[in-house]
Design a protein around this ligand. Sequence first.
Ligand code: PA5
Length: 501
Amino acid sequence: MQLPDENIEYDYKRLLAPPAESWTPLAELQAQHFLAADRLEPMRAILNAVRGRVAAERELQNPPPELLPLQAGFIDGPQKLLDSFRRKGDASELGKLNRVAQRLRDNTDRVVVLGIGGSYLGGKALFDALCHTYHNELPRNLRIGKPRLYFEGNNVDNDALADLLELLENTCVEPETPEERWGVVVVSKSGGTLETAAAYRAVRGEAAKYYGIKSDWLKQLIVPITGPKGKLRDLARAEGIPDDDILTIPDDVGGRYSVFTPVGLLPAAVMGLDVRALLLGAAAMTKRFLEEPFDRNPVLQFAAVNHLMATEAKKTTRVMAVYSRKLESVGFWYDQLLSESLGKSGRGPTPITSVYTRDLHSRGQQHQDGTRDKMINNLIVRTQKHPAVLVGMSDRNEDDLNAISRRGLPDLQEAALHGANQAYAEAARPTADIILPVLTEHTIGQLLQMLMLATVMEGRLAQINPYGQPGVEAYKRNMMAILKATPNLPKGEVRDQAKGV
Ligand code: PA5
């Protein structure tokens, strides 16, 4: 059901250096910092070979040690979920997820989503990109059955969590009133992440105090999402949550590749997004990746261009310049994907997310004129959802805007994009565009899958294992060791809160 006019594209033509015969000082500079037009030609065979290997990795039952860890389940995951939904309906994983989401939507007005890293950034990206910009501020009747969502458990920020608990205490006083009921989605694949586990204790304690320790709401409105085994699953079972209401993250899908498992899909369903369209977009991108030649394959194009820019042109800082503030969290999601996948053994590009035009007034100076270590990928949405907000005519023209009075904000945005691209090209600063025709579940599904597949391709091209994140373990070990080496006592004043239950 792929809609051809909704295909996303990658346009990298601007960063191809001009042919050698057309010499100018600028062409010389561009030759140093852009890609030689013929550099991509020999890459095609390499890309095809690497794509073949990535495709074959999906089938490996006993991967060789040098490929471990291998978590290629995300590649076919979206199509498998769709197929099983078609065959088994309500009895499928998606059917179960819809049922749990519907229960949260029917019975709560607020949902707290706890999780960190890959167990949080995907859901937050979907929320920010696809829900109303002021979703949580909308009155209930305008949210039409969609609860407010809060993302926590992604830090150990005492005051942020205390503020959330205080908000729940002050706004929810009557648990039998649906408008004052709240639920919890707790996400941890390993089940042992301290930030999420500590926040869950506090939030669960608050829920037990609110609903009553024996209340059935505790079982109905707390939804754990976790791996097949682990402490969170054990805890959920001990708390009496039925097995059927614990959603599972498949073993063969890594945390930052898990947005199209219940990790991202349950929050998406709770916020009323079209989960099928997300999965169709992702599945369509996998198909394009596996079947299309380089010229029609944004995964291969993005992987090749960004790999060459990082490794050969030494553009080791990769900027995702999002031309919509609704996409900032997609940028943060990609920051994590790239950092944890390729930042290994002293290598890997450093990601930065910038929102344009906002950050043209801050990082813009650096991008235009600073260290020549940057590759900028613009993320552009061609068509806006709302009719244009016009500049408009005014009797008072001291601000001198009457000359552009019939232009709308999309016109200003487009002028900013072309203006920035031109300025960067004239300073030999490489840029390319990821183009979304519209911002929908279907295009976001394509985009996230494209970036995950491209990251795996880049890892394989650079001989860096894109799965696993051994570097994250050191701080976790130290943190726990420090806590256990000192007395089990709090520092300073303690909040008056419910005991862990
Ligand atoms: O990509 C990853 O695997 C990590 O970022 C994890 O998602 C993150 O560390 C959270 O882990 P968990 O889901 O086990 O709590």
